[in-house]
Design a protein around this ligand. Structure first.
Ligand SMILES: NC(=O)c1ccc[n+]([C@@H]2O[C@H](COP(=O)([O-])OP(=O)(O)OC[C@H]3O[C@@H](n4cnc5c(N)ncnc54)[C@H](O)[C@@H]3O)[C@@H](O)[C@H]2O)c1
Ligand SMILES: [Zn+2]
Ligand SMILES: [Zn+2]
Length: 311
């Protein structure tokens, strides 16, 4: 690594003015709107022109002219294959990182908010040669409960290097204990303009990456158990609903409902990211994937039977 490229670790502070949200989909659009509400100068970048146009016209997210002027890059692009939503893919992410490496101004902050497999953020940090601060702040935004689980709920953050983490926390949370200014000391006011999101910092960027995919793998497991139990009940002529209600009266048990199988572009894909993050695979998750496959076949069969009856 060329010393001349690396960020000066002594005291180089970014002022956070111009923020770019890359990827304005399900996650990126609410992020951009939130950052705008917080008073920042917000720009958007999406390779889908229709998405970009609608963000611009309907939400006032400005189209980006030049990467050079941006202080913070918030990367919210998809990390699944276009033709298979449960397959992880980070090619688009890599392309954006290369573009930042080429076109942006050294010393700025790059935050990966998309969900990524273990090791991805460090790879990006290496491409950027630490000319930029790099953090991973995986998102927990939940479409169905945007009011309570929206953009500003508590999140995990990790940096590849301490200076990156410090800069990230300063931008997201505004709290930076090592650099408290007199203003904050005397008035209790946050000294930096920030997103005002409570961040839970971890000591390595890999823990931040794993925290997100383990979170969703845990959810996968819970749903798969519900599916398993449902099929058990059907095979043994037992009411699943009644059994579930009875078991859930215990304070520390919460059996879920199985519904239509484990879908969407987050939980199955993130569970695969977790499985692919190690040579030694989690046996219980592999079994859970099998259960989900069986359950889908099972409900497909029921739907077919119902259709037959209706004919
Ligand atoms: N949607 C959620 O509820 C949610 C919650 C937490 C985390 N996440 C994670 O956030 C990330 C984004 O998810 P999403 O739901 O917003 O996906 P999405 O498919 O709705 O949106 C992604 C957007 O990124 C754009 N994009 C893709 N590649 C690009 C590129 N190379 N350059 C510019 N733009 C590009 C697409 O055009 C699209 O508009 C994923 O990693 C996902 O796992 C999503
Ligand atoms: Zn550093
Ligand atoms: Zn740094």
């Amino acid at each position: 690594m060329e010393a001349v490229n690396v960020i000066n670790h002594t005291k180089q502070e970014i002022s956070f003015e111009k923020i770019l949200v890359v990827g304005l989909g399900q996650l990126g659009l609410p992020v951009a709107k939130y950052v705008k509400e917080r008073g920042f100068d917000v720009y958007g970048y999406d390779n889908n022109q229709l998405v970009m146009e609608s963000a611009e016209k309907q939400h006032g997210i400005k189209r980006l002219e030049n990467f050079k002027e941006i202080d913070v890059f918030l990367i919210c692009i998809s990390t699944h294959r276009e033709d298979d939503i449960s397959s992880p893919q980070i090619d688009g992410l890599m392309a954006i990182i290369r573009k930042i490496a080429k076109e942006a101004t050294n010393g700025k902050l790059v935050s990966i908010e998309s969900t990524v497999p273990r090791g991805t953020t460090r790879k990006m940090f290496e491409i950027l040669e630490h000319r930029f601060h790099v953090v991973h702040a995986p998102h927990r935004w939940f479409a169905l409960e945007e009011e309570i689980h929206g953009v500003n709920q508590q999140r995990v953050i990790g940096g590849v290097c301490d200076c990156c983490l410090r800069t990230g926390i300063r931008f997201y949370d505004g709290v930076d204990s090592e650099e408290k200014t007199d203003l904050e000391f005397y008035t209790g006011m946050k000294s930096y303009r920030s997103l005002g999101i409570p961040m839970y910092s971890v000591s390595t960027v890999e823990i931040a990456e794993l925290s997100k995919i383990v979170e969703n793998a845990d959810r996968y497991l819970q749903i798969a158990f519900a599916e398993d139990l449902y099929m058990f009940c059907k095979a043994n002529h037992i009411s699943f609903a009644e059994l579930r209600d009875a078991v859930n009266t215990k304070w520390n048990v919460n059996i879920l409902e199985p519904r239509d199988g484990i879908g969407g572009h987050c939980i199955p894909k993130d569970t695969r990211m977790f499985l692919e993050s190690s040579e030694i695979k989690s046996k219980i998750l592999i079994a859970a994937q099998e259960v989900d496959k069986d359950y889908r076949k099972y409900i497909e069969g029921i739907v077919k039977d119902i259709n037959k009856l209706n004919h």
